[in-house]
Design a protein around this ligand. Sequence first.
Ligand code: SF4
Ligand code: SF4
Length: 363
Amino acid sequence: MIIGNIQGLTADSENKSGSNCSSNHIELTQMGKEMNVIDKVILKKIQSKVSHWFDLERSLAKVPNSYGAVEGSPEKSWPNPEKIPLGGEVPFSIKNYFIVGKYLKSSIHQGVKAIQSLDQNPSTPKSTISPDDLDTFENQAKTLGIGVIGYAKLPRQVIFKDRAVIYDNVIVLLKEMNRDKIAKAPSVETFKMVMGTYDSLSKTVNTLSGYLRKMGYGAQGGYPLGGLTLFPPLAAAAGLGWNGRHGLLITPQYGPRQRIAAIYTSIDNLPFSKTNNHAWIGDFCDTCGRCIRTCPAKAIHKESLIHKSGRRTHITRDKCLPFFVNKQGCTVCVKECTFNRKNYEDIQKSFLHMQEKRVSKNH
Ligand code: SF4
Ligand code: SF4
C-alpha cells in the first residue's frame, strides 16, 4: 500500500537515482501522454518545493546532538524530487495533482514549517512533564482530532537515511481515516479523503508542537507525509499496534484505517511503552492472506522480500506504484484487510480459540 509506503514501508533502495528531465519526458511518452505547458509549470513548482523541503530535512543531520540514521536505517521513499512526473518511482504523479494537489501543496508547506519552526523551541527546554500537563496536552490533541496517542523512546533504526530528528522522545499520534470513503476505494473520493487526512494531520502536528513549546518543552513536528522516520514500527514501539502483511499499521481502534504522525520532544519522562500486545497479528496474517488475494496489482506476497537495504517487506513496489498512480491512490489493501472488515477483539478471540484447539488436538 503505497500511501503507507510514502511513510517508507517499502521505501528503500529499490529506488534508482539519476533521473533527469529528458528521462521524465521519455516516461511520459511511454505512458502515451505528452506533457503540456501547464503540466510542465506545475511539475517544476512541485519539484522545487520538494527539493527545498528535502534540503531542509537533510540539514537536520548537521544540528549538534541530533539523532541520525544508523546502519540498516531505511531510505525515504521520495529520494529524488525529479522523479515525480508519473510516479515511476515516487508515489505521486503530475496527473493526480488536479485531484489532490491542494492537499499535497499544503502538506509540503506544513513539512517545511515543521522544520523552520524549530528555532521557536525554548533555549533551555523543560525535560519533565507533570501528569496534569500531560493530561492537558492529550486533551488538546484529542480536541484536534487525534484518536490514539502513544509514547516511545526512538529506535534509531527507524530514522530515514540522510535524515535526523533533534529529540529521541516520541509522541506517536494516530488519526482515523473515514470508513465510508475507504469502502469506496479505489476512487477519487477515497484519494481525496486519504490526502486530506495527511494534510489535516500535518497541521495538527505543527499546532501541537507549538502548544508544547508554549508550555516550555522542546518539540519537533513529525509530519505524516514522507516523514523523517518509518512510522509503523515506531507506532509499534509505542505499543499501539502491529505491522500487517500489507505493510500498514493495524490497531485495535481502527484496524489499518489510520494515518500516523509523531512529535519528537525534550520530555524524557513520558510513559514510554515497554510492551506490545499485538504481536499475534503477525501470526494471524500468516493464516489470512486476504490482502495478497485482493491486491489488484498482485503486489503483496506471502513470503517476505529482502530489499537491497536489507529490510524485509511483503510488497513489490514496482507492481504497486503504477496501480497506485493510475487508480487514485488505490487503497484497496486498507479496504480489504480483515481488520477493516471485522472487529479487532472478535478476530483475536476466534484466532486464539483456533490456536488453543489446534494445540489440544496435537496433545
Ligand atoms: S496495488 Fe496493492 S499494495 Fe498497492 S495500494 Fe493497491 S492494494 Fe495496496
Ligand atoms: S488482509 Fe489479512 S494478511 Fe493482509 S494485513 Fe490484513 S490481516 Fe494481515
